[in-house]
Write a protein of this length. Structure first.
Length: 371
């Protein structure tokens, strides 16, 4: 749990980031009507097949409009003013907000293999701003990459790690050092072997994706039949799936229902189901309110840009990270998280493996986070 919390915090502050071209935009005069469920879900399954069955998969994660890709409101005991002035002597938690604008690219390799899965999430020239009580404390362009990889060492031994390259992300590095209370290297390594090992039965990912997709589609079909999501179609054979989340109960019903339907049919390890259920239960227990929407355009042959917009507030009684991790963190309390993003999936030769580091095993370069 300690490692999971640190990884969660790193991910929130360094979000960077599976592209088919979207179906053509329709004119304002295009007539849309309620779709036939059988035809719509057959089309959705067909649009997913080329992606989920490929050894290489990726996603472009895009900022939409003038809203941040991700924004995190939190309170911290640490002084994050980043100024040369003498820090305020005021005790207690101070309010802060981090906003991230920019596009991220996620690339996954070896999805069809049982070993040596690799994933890169890269952010090129993201604008990261730190605010407090409405005033901007710092705003700087950040370029950074994170990696999750299982790498063969020797004698059939493997290293499973999370790696963060913050060489060109000074603000992110400073924030992490202040919040974690430890020195964060420009190139940081975190051992995730325990967590990774517990999820090993998910690999190869392509096999898992193919196994669970029919059950997830059946779950969506159930929500469609219950009028909890809508699918419209036009005369060209384009579809638009839209779903709203109105509150925490609705969100919980969606997440837990999806898990139940997938694992009632999926024959994978029961251990995975328990891990996911425990993680979801823990996350839901900290959430106070949720409101959001999801839109997915698709056709028989391709998936368009997935648009997601979510605002989540955290229960202040359970949001503090300090109660269990005071040894590692200053008092930090996350208040809310919001996402507004577009996701374009891609696969195959479009996924470039050339930028993936070849020296991840060199811990003179990638230094382990000490905490």
């Amino acid at each position: 749990m300690r490692r999971q919390s640190l990884l969660l915090l790193i991910s929130l502050l360094s979000l960077s980031g599976c592209v088919n071209n979207p179906p053509p935009e329709s004119s304002s005069s295009e007539v849309w009507s309620e779709a036939d469920g059988d035809k719509a879900f057959t089309a959705l399954e067909n649009s997913l097949k080329p992606i989920i069955g490929d050894d290489r998969q990726g996603a472009i994660i895009k900022t939409r409009g003038d809203k941040p890709l991700i924004a995190v409101d939190f309170e911290a005991e640490a002084d994050l003013s980043l100024s040369s002035e003498t820090p305020s002597s005021k005790e207690g938690l101070r309010p802060y907000r981090v906003e991230v604008f920019g596009d991220a690219k996620a690339s996954a390799f070896n999805c069809s293999k049982a070993k040596e899965f690799k994933c890169e999430i890269a952010f090129e020239d993201a604008m990261v701003s730190l605010l407090s009580s409405g005033s901007e404390l710092a705003s700087i362009t950040q370029t950074f990459s994170t990696y999750v990889a299982e790498i063969k060492k020797e004698n059939d031994e493997y290293e499973q790690g999370f790696y963060a390259d913050l060489k060109h992300a000074a603000l992110t590095e400073i924030l992490l050092e202040n919040l974690l209370g430890v020195e964060v290297e420009e190139k940081t390594f975190v051992d995730i072997s325990e967590t990774y090992g517990s999820l090993s039965s998910l690999f190869p990912l392509t096999t898992t994706y193919k196994s669970i997709t029919p059950y997830f589609l059946n779950f969506l079909r159930g929500r469609f039949d219950e009028k909890k999501l809508t699918i419209k179609t036009n005369s060209k054979g384009d579809y638009s799936l839209e779903m709203g989340i109105k509150d925490k109960d609705d969100f919980s019903s969606f997440i837990k229902g999806a898990i139940d339907d997938i694992f009632d049919g999926y024959t994978g390890s029961a251990t995975i189901r328990n891990i996911i259920n425990n993680y979801v239960d823990s996350a839901l227990s900290t959430i106070k309110t949720v409101k959001g929407s999801l839109a997915i355009p698709f056709s028989e042959t391709e998936l368009g840009q997935i648009d997601a917009d979510f605002d989540i507030t955290i229960d202040s009684k359970t949001s503090s990270l300090s109660s269990s991790y005071a040894e590692y963190l200053d008092d930090v309390s996350i208040k809310s998280v919001s996402f507004c993003l577009g996701i374009n999936l891609f696969h195959g030769t479009s996924v470039d493996v050339s930028s993936f580091p070849s020296n991840l095993l060199d811990h003179n370069v990638w230094k382990e986070l000490e905490y």
